[in-house]
Write a protein that binds this ligand. Sequence first.
Ligand code: ADP
Ligand code: MG
Length: 266
Amino acid sequence: MAPPRQGRVLAIANQKGGVGKTTTAINLATALAAVGERVLLIDSDPQGNASTGLGLTHEERDFGTYELLMGAAELHETIRPTKVPNLSIVPANVELAGAELEMMDLEHRTHRLKHAIEGRLADFDHILIDCPPSLTLLTVNAMVGSDAVLVPLQCEFFALEGLSQLLRTVERVRTTLNPTLDVQGVVLTMFDKRNNLSDQVAADVRGFLGEKVYETVIPRNVRISEAPSHGVPALIYDHRAPGSTAYMALAREVIKREQALRDAAE
Ligand code: ADP
Ligand code: MG
């Protein structure tokens, strides 16, 4: 009998804040769940925006990513359901802000997330990790525990500069800690078709990274920014909004890239 299919782990990372990591984590997770995939979102940003955006109350956040990293809880004890069928979350609570410092004194400090999730990968098809806006220990833990990194990139002037630094970090993690880590793709976010700069940045990024850039581009769309205050993903708030349909298209591309890897491995 074939071994059970292992879920693929994707770290959603970019050291810049406000580029669309959390928005992508929430809506890509929802879009994957909407087509029947079993999805777990791990909120690894102390700001907890993914947990808030998915409507989790503070009581529901008593156990989460912090407890997982500290070894104070098993994965199954930290998982909470969401209003989205097929989508669960490991929430972030305020304690997570102290995790970077506290992990410094612990053994295997770069592998703590990996060790916490690796026995349970078959329970899901996709595990997405929403990273904080830094390249420090929380993001390194996410990259060590992941198969690949998905990079949201805002179409703005300094986008490429930040991207080089991120890619160097991925390379360093690959050579030292996780030899199979890959960049699954770069998704252009908050694209504004009335702004020439958006077009220019998109062309530059495609020229630099070629097919690593997803065909799908996420437009700037007010429905996307309104949704979190209602505690639901944009895809549920308004599934016909341009931002929502873009995330559905991104989910299809992500599935296609993962399927191609699985086919190549067989
Ligand atoms: P990050 O997690 O990288 O810090 P967020 O996903 O929180 O970034 O996005 C930053 C802000 O931009 C949020 O207020 C979010 O609602 C808004 N935003 C993200 N993507 C879009 C979009 N495509 N259209 C409009 N607003 C967006
Ligand atoms: Mg965020």
